[in-house]
Design a protein around this ligand. Sequence first.
Ligand code: NIG
Ligand code: FE
Length: 389
Amino acid sequence: MSTTLLTNIGELTTNVVGDDGDRSGTLQSAAVLIEDEHIAWVGAAADAPVAAQVVDALGRAVIPGFVDSHSHLVFGGDRAAEFEARMAGQKYAAGGIRSTVAATRAASDDDLRARLRGFISEMNAQGTTTVEIKSGYGLSVQDEERLVRLAAEVTPEVTFLGAHVVPADYADRADEYVELVTGPMLDACAPHSKWIDVFCETGAFTVEQSRRVLEAGIAKGLRPRVHASQLGPGDGVRLAVELGAASVDHGTYLTDEDIAALAASDTVLTLLPGVEFSTRQPYPDARRLIDAGVTVAIACDTNPGSSFTSSMPFCIAIAVRDMGMTPAEAVWAATAGGARALGRDDIGIIAPGARADLVLLAAPTRIHLAYRPGVPLVEKVWKNGTAVF
Ligand code: NIG
Ligand code: FE
């Protein structure tokens, strides 16, 4: 057995609610014992057990590894020119997805795999230890199967998103495309996937089509999650709640009914601050959502169109600066919130029995993640007890 003691931690965020009601479960002058892949002990540094290896945190902060519960990492090409045009005033539209579909279909497995592995290293270096990855840039049976298969090489959190948009070869035949997605494409992709997702939005899929997609996935043993209310208000959030989705993501344009439905449900609302940043849309009011009782997560939505950041610290900084979250809430949303959005109780917390996924910050407190935006504050990262950065 390999044991590592991480000690002299100035501020430890455990996300285990303490007697004082602190949701971040903050401990001062703390230590964590890692045994192989798991956390074995958490407590005061003064009471720490002995271990084969000792890491001195020098009074700095330690948080759980980030759980990035929404990304699209398997794709070819990029859309830098589209971003440039958008910054000059052009509006974001879902149609841009089709240009990435063409570039993805043209890329080899090895090209896609090399790119994907590069993103994983880039994310590890920024403190992310779990990432959910969606398909959605293949949009044919063969290409969607390829994307979920490649994603499954690097994460267990794989989402089949064949219903991302209607591909150009099915233009004006959306219902026929839904037949393909819920039939042969689902058959090919379900063995590699844990989740089923749909882009329920004007310009993508209607609420009726979305329901068909999600119900077909559920019947195959996949769990639902939904893209909704990104480009305007719609019925996607309520559909997600009705079907018991683990998470509904975006929520840029929520109605009062959406908020009430979310607050009364177990469905997490995953906010994607990088999207509003990169599309110049209004930031959702996270303060209002949290005060209404909604469980909020934060994710990057790394993709070549609407949000090409892979930095959870950057998203935390936006959530604090522009969405009304406190630093403690934003860090919770990026760790424990992401874990809830993925239905996981073994990550997003620092507690005995949990996976040893931890981040040592080059800062005395987690507040610095928002206070020092753009500064690389991630000093060291462990995933399953192994240093990955
Ligand atoms: O999550 N909303 C749909 N899908 C992606 C955008 C994909 C793209 O523009 O390529 C998203 O924002
Ligand atoms: Fe997305």
